[in-house]
Design a protein around this ligand. Sequence first.
Ligand code: ADP
Length: 494
Amino acid sequence: MTENKKLKILYVASEVSPFAKTGGLADVAGSLPRSFAQMGHDIRVVMPRYKFISCRFETIHDFPVMISGRKEAAIIREHHIELDSEGRRTLPVYFVDNYQYFDRNNLYCYFDEVERFAFFCRAVLEMLPRIGFQPDIIHCNDWQTGPIPVLLKEQYSKNAFYRNTATLFTVHNLYYQGNYPKDCLRLLGLSDKYYHPERLEFFGDISFLKAGLVYSDVINTVSRTYATEIQTPEYGERMEGLLRKRSEDLYGIVNGIDYDEFDPARDSLLAQNYDSNSVELKRNNKYALQRAMKLPVGDRPLLGLVSRLVDQKGLDLLADIYDRLMADDIQVVVLGSGDNYYESFFKNMALRHPDKTAVHIGFNAPLAQQLYAGADMFLMPSRFEPCGLGQLISLRYGAIPIVRATGGLADTITNYDPGTHNGNGFVFRNYRSEELLTAVQAAIDVYRGSPELWIGLVRKAMTEDFSWSASALEYIRLYHIALIKRLHNRSNTV
Ligand code: ADP
């Protein structure tokens, strides 16, 4: 099979931008499939239909799905994303609907999470023969889709329709594993035989993530460094042994971002559009952000943070140095939601330093874009970071990232050297608050001390290419590897 062959790909994810988003997975699922479509592949996307998704769609099928010996209705709605302004080329998106499981206000964190996504996975595999789409590849993402490879291999591949279908399982974050009690196997229609260390058993539970890792033809994660890190106990979240065992099938492909969606020259949400040739205009967005966030307007360094407020993001380091940061003439704007502890911490800081800290708790996509455009620097001191999109979006908008060298941050951001002008951000290595402080101070020193160097750095950051063009090709290569492995695995089992 040549790598030029146009593939049929089903891309499965629990969140896809712009329909539903809690984090980076949605950005990837909303943009990578578009790249495949532009390359001429027959790519379709499938996700749950949450209550708040209100785009135009057509109901194309409904059928029963067996869950614990009970029938649950799956209703399939089809929407077409237009890929050109004339609407001649479109990307089909299928929504799996079920009133009991998905007609709810939030995406996740419900008592019956395991049942919801067991249903979703089965519904996807039941759907394909019915709609007559026979994919070469089913591309699964994160634990919510982990059962698909095991169901495909152990049950559905007996059906001639699925004989040649290969699977790729992408881990966007190993921390979220979908671990549930053993008796949840029955939700998947799997016997106790699968409660086994070589199968789905995981420290006394069963794991949806492990199902994906064990049974998919090929695995990847979203940066090379993270692919290496997760084979160690420090980052492996107890899956390191399995990942080492599958290391020959484990790849790292760094995420891109959609350069049309994230484009400061055309972003209609900004007070002022700008590009790498007019970076001095960026400051109007800073003033607009300061006004919107009720901070004094001016040119002092403004640091931004757009993040889920969870331990992963290195916020304890920031908390540790916060008072020292506030002793300087700088401003910090925070947008995020997550753990109560961090939400309260930042709210308190805004109360304590009203002229220097502004906080918006919640998920707000337009404000995020305005923050990337208004900030001079962008904080991402993560404890671990599979890829990270915040630093890529901030580069694109000329907010210079200050990051810890881990996972995708290590693969995309290099430390700036004012002597050689090499580097695109400020990087520290060890998980220590002093190192974060040193990196922030280095950034502020360049900003204040050498405005020309700073402008040069911003311009350089804005002209770097972290679009999908290179990584989408790497995925296509991986799909071909998965197809070869599938063929090989099949001939070994017949
Ligand atoms: P993760 O997937 O771990 O949350 P990433 O950096 O990969 O982290 O992706 C986060 C994405 O979610 C980015 O597009 C970021 O701008 C966006 N985001 C995070 N928190 C918020 C928020 N509170 N409001 C709007 N966008 C947010």
